[in-house]
Design a protein around this ligand. Structure first.
Ligand code: FES
Length: 128
């Protein structure tokens, strides 16, 4: 009992606002570097960079990126999302959320995972 006093139950959460590097560090496609640590994918397409919150909109499981099939697939109940995070199969009722992105004064992309955004929001992507 005394020993437990010295080891309090503390939950360490990853920081929600962090830099991921300059836009030029990302090649076209889905980048999984930040999935494990911050639960996001960074996606670069022809004219923008955005980050998808890796949480299925059905019941919250973490989908997998299937490069060969060019889609995200949820292992829990089979929802499928295209490479933009839009739902198109299975029980997921809507697209996966995006997260807020901005460029700082040094040209670094700053992500804020506490600010979930719809895909069309102006602060949910960086134009390239
Ligand atoms: S939690 Fe993803 S399909 Fe159910």
């Amino acid at each position: 009992m005394t020993a437990r006093f010295f080891y309090p139950r503390v939950l360490f959460e990853p920081e929600t606002r962090f830099r991921i590097g300059p836009p030029g560090d990302f090649v076209p496609g889905v980048d999984e570097r930040f999935k494990q640590s911050h639960r996001i994918w960074v996606v670069r397409d022809q004219n923008k960079l955005f980050a998808i919150h890796a949480k299925c909109t059905h019941l919250g499981c973490t989908p997998n990126w299937l490069e060969a099939e060019n889609k995200f697939k949820c292992p829990c109940h089979g929802s499928g999302f295209d490479n933009q995070g839009r739902n198109y199969e299975g029980p997921a009722p809507r697209p996966m959320d995006r997260v807020h992105l901005e460029l700082d004064a040094e040209g670094q992309v700053v992500v804020d995972t506490s600010r979930l955004r719809p895909a069309e929001a102006k602060d949910a992507f960086i134009a390239l």
